[in-house]
Design a protein around this ligand. Structure first.
Ligand SMILES: *[C@@H]1O[C@H](CO)[C@@H](O)[C@H](O)[C@H]1NC(C)=O
Ligand SMILES: *[C@@H]1O[C@H](CO)[C@@H](O)[C@H](O)[C@H]1NC(C)=O
Ligand SMILES: *[C@@H]1O[C@H](CO)[C@@H](O)[C@H](O)[C@H]1NC(C)=O
Ligand SMILES: *[C@@H]1O[C@H](CO)[C@@H](O)[C@H](O)[C@H]1NC(C)=O
Length: 778
């Protein structure tokens, strides 16, 4: 086969994948930005770990950061500036008690800050695991000092005992809503409101069954509600499905909600939620039969619009470790709220003596509707608070908190599915682009410490970039966004990072700026720079939907660089691809170059091995990037290669990509000179055979990239390797989810039973037996 033919096949294949709309899997980030300390403001302190709790205090201009045994107040505009800190350590006695109970003194028996919320009086409420004895406290920040009040409050039910267990909490109207485990063993999960009268969930597996809590959000559904409805608090979590007729334990994602005004029942459900309803949350990933598991959510509301238009963005990961896909699904609040307000319930029915099946409930539903908030209709019937609810309604909901219908995402499928780095957290920001339209930009944290920035343009998923925030790679544990500073804040076990929503200056050419399709950035023709829309009064060139770069002024010509090489010597001509979506190719003397054993095109350049006299000539590296509308070609590098005569030989220049800015020219010259001498030395040694050829291990490309970094042009050089689907260890984020004992989830038949579907006699197994045990408490 002609080499060009094979090249074009390789090229067309990914293109075809990319262009197929229904295949978001072909989605690679356009740019991969490697770790660099200048990419972000970083904060970390020697000997302190687990920076996974954050509170934005925009009113005080600080980011409050909770870590292990310490809290920090950092400058919101630059978190590398520490303004104050306070320690909250466990006492020796607490540590000893914790150790006596069999916990590890160096990890578990410490105080992990887990809860951090603002109170109405401007103080903060903070809780920590406190050596498996959770405690809460009030904290204030004033006069540049963080102060913890010494009166500790019991943190049971608010904060987990176990620092490895997932939890969720939110402060609404000065009341803490928390979802965590109530006891030392972690076996009593609850959703609780700590108010003068604390309200919580029942201890029943039909309410919460080995849950892993993810997040909480409130919705102002009582606002100008015609039905006189109440505000709601939503909880996202995953749990072992009670409704599954399956042989193995199956984990499903859930959304539950309670009404803010819930005071519990009078006799039945005393001090328990009367409004706890939950439903399965689906995020159907084509490749998988097992449901995906929710890991984080973000509530996106347009303040100018009705709450019904609010969206929940959620990230999902697989429950079996045979897959390395992650997904984002989007849910409309009104869809969720409709299922709770109008949907059917599921009900347990005993089948045979020791097995219960959950099917759709089709009998009469009591009035007022079980699980509903107190509304005008109830008030007219004389029921003004949940304490007035009749037993029939309460008994119904006590036994049947699960809705029959599952909640489907908008469009009934994920907006993004990606292989590789496992998603952990998500933030979404709405931005108005130059075309006047508003776009929702997703920022997704991963297990590998990178953050993806992605937008859905009319159904087409486009990943603008993947930026490495933490080095060495470590999971992003928390993500926050401030609409005051327009900055993102990420926390991991070893540090915190702050980055802007966009770094437009990474694009050095108009074409790169426009093809980036970043709604925050546009090309300013006057100054010749890629800049943020929000910083410019002028009209900028931007084309987010199409990536139409035809409006760009003609790019400056790349000046050819002279290169000399000894006969028999080796040379690498560098050509960093400006984008992962671009394809670079080489021309020699204006004709497509024919690769051979001695002329080897690489990801980021061209190797000339064992040069001979015939290898001299003009080498041009052309990059072609396809956008929706057209293909754009641009010369990335241009070299005039001379074969040095015998004797003194010509000057050997270090190959320079086009990316150097004028401001760094001096530095570059120095580095260049050093590199030149190094190369001459190396070339001499290779020529003399003192050194083996290093090409095979690809070290050379790393070397040259490092020297660019020293020259200060690092940020302009994208990683030249296309993102590899990393071999991800698929371990759960939390320890509460134990699918180790029955981990054979890959069995084909382990799937959902359709509600009411008639199956053969169900198989008896441990799970169902255990389940019956729990239910017999009734
Ligand atoms: C805290 O951070 C350390 C260091 O990275 C990590 O090994 C440990 O698992 C973390 N602990 C928790 C509870 O996340
Ligand atoms: C930021 O968001 C909050 C709500 O989350 C809103 O009340 C506030 O007005 C916003 N501020 C700005 C500057 O947009
Ligand atoms: C490259 O070499 C040619 C002649 O061989 C010379 O005219 C030209 O100025 C050189 N260019 C550079 C950038 O050194
Ligand atoms: C280099 O090329 C010459 C001919 O041009 C050949 O004789 C020699 O064997 C080659 N050396 C290597 C190491 O391939």
């Amino acid at each position: 086969m002609h080499p060009l033919l094979s090249l074009s096949v390789f090229w067309l294949l990914p293109l075809a994948l990319m262009l197929e709309e229904d295949s978001p899997l072909g989605c690679d980030p356009r740019k991969s930005v490697p770790y660099h300390r200048d990419n972000a403001h970083l904060f970390q302190e020697e000997g302190v770990f687990n920076y996974s709790t954050m509170l934005l205090r925009e009113d005080l201009n600080v980011l409050v950061l909770g870590a292990r045994e310490a809290l920090y107040a950092l400058d919101l505009n630059d978190i590398s500036k520490k303004l104050a800190s306070v320690k909250w350590e466990v006492t020796e006695q607490q540590k000893a008690e914790c150790k006596n109970k069999g916990k590890d003194p160096e990890t578990e028996c410490k105080n992990y800050i887990r809860i951090l919320h603002k109170m109405e009086d401007n103080r903060m409420y903070v809780c920590g695991t406190n050596a498996f004895d959770p405690e809460c406290n009030y904290m204030s920040y004033a006069d540049g000092k963080l102060t913890l009040e010494s009166k500790g409050e019991d943190g049971k039910g608010k904060c987990p005992f176990d620092p490895f267990q997932r939890y969720a909490s939110i402060m609404v109207d000065n009341n803490l809503y928390s979802a965590t485990s109530m006891n030392f063993l972690g076996s009593e999960p609850i959703l609780m409101r700590s108010s003068p009268v604390s309200i919580r969930t029942e201890f029943k597996s039909s309410w919460l069954n080995e849950p892993s809590f993810v997040s909480m959000a409130q919705m102002p559904e009582g606002d100008k509600s015609e039905e006189g409805d109440d505000d709601k608090v939503y909880l996202f979590f995953s749990e072992t499905a009670v409704e599954c007729d399956c042989y193995n334990k199956l984990v499903v994602s859930r959304v539950a909600r309670v009404c803010k005004g819930d005071l519990g029942g009078q006799r039945t459900l005393q001090k328990k939620w009367t409004s706890f309803l939950k439903a399965r949350l689906d995020c159907p990933v084509l490749e998988s039969q097992l449901p995906y598991i929710i890991q984080d959510t973000y509530r996106l509301c347009d303040p100018q619009q009705h709450w019904k238009t609010c969206l929940f963005y959620a990230v999902f990961t697989p429950q079996s470790d045979t897959s390395d896909l992650s997904a984002v699904c989007v849910y409309q609040v009104s869809d969720i709220s409709r299922v709770f307000a109008e949907g059917k319930y599921k009900t347990p029915v005993p089948v045979e003596t020791s097995f219960v099946k959950w099917v759709m409930y089709s009998g009469d539903v009591p009035v007022p509707r079980p699980g509903a908030c107190i509304n005008n209709e109830a008030r007219e019937a004389g029921i003004t608070q949940t304490l007035d609810l009749p037993d029939r309604t309460l008994q119904f909901i006590k036994d049947r908190p699960l809705m029959d219908q599952a909640i489907q995402p908008v469009g009934e499928k994920p907006v993004l599915v990606r292989r590789g780095a496992t998603f952990t957290r998500i933030i979404v920001n709405q931005v108005q682009a130059a075309d006047g339209e508003k776009y929702n930009v997703m920022f997704i944290g991963t297990e590998e410490g990178s953050m993806l920035k992605a937008v859905n343009y009319d159904g087409e998923m486009f990943i603008i970039e993947e930026i490495q925030l933490f080095q060495p790679p470590e999971p992003i544990k928390i993500l926050k966004f401030s609409n005051v500073t327009d900055q993102l804040y990420a926390g991991s076990e070893n540090g915190a990072a702050q980055i802007p929503l966009a770094s437009c200056a990474r694009s050095l050419s108009c074409m790169d700026c426009v093809l980036a399709r970043d709604p925050y950035c546009g090309w300013d023709k006057v100054v010749g720079k890629c800049i943020a829309l929000s910083n410019s009064q002028r009209e900028l060139i931007q084309s987010v939907k199409e990536g139409d770069a035809s409006l760009c002024p003609d790019a400056e010509h790349v000046k050819p660089t002279n290169q000399s090489i000894w006969p028999g010597g080796n040379l690498k001509l560098s050509c960093p691809s400006p984008s992962n979506l671009a394809k670079t190719s080489w021309e020699r003397d204006n004709r497509p170059l024919t690769p051979s054993a001695r002329l080897q095109p690489l990801q980021d350049g061209l190797l000339i091995l064992n040069a001979s006299d015939s290898d001299g000539g003009r080498y041009r590296c052309v990059s072609v990037e396809r956008s929706k509308t057209a293909e754009y070609a641009t010369t990335v590098a241009d070299y005039q290669v001379r074969i040095a005569g015998s004797g003194r030989g010509g000057q050997i220049l270090f190959p320079q990509p086009r990316t150097g800015g004028p401001s760094v020219a001096g530095l570059q010259a120095v580095v260049g000179l050093l590199v030149v001498s190094l190369l001459v030395l190396l070339a001499w040694n290779f020529y003399k055979g003192h050194l083996p050829l290093p090409w095979s291990c690809g070290k050379k490309s790393e070397q040259s990239q490092e020297s660019h970094e020293e020259g200060g042009v690092h940020s302009s050089v994208p990683s030249q390797e296309p993102p590899k689907p990393a071999q991800v260890e698929d371990k759960p984020l939390m320890s509460g989810r134990d699918n180790g004992s029955s981990n054979n989830h890959s069995r084909g038949e382990a799937a959902f039973s359709a509600a009411g579907g008639e199956n053969d006699a169900p198989e008896l197994n441990l799970t169902s037996l255990q389940y019956i045990d729990d239910e017999s408490e009734i």
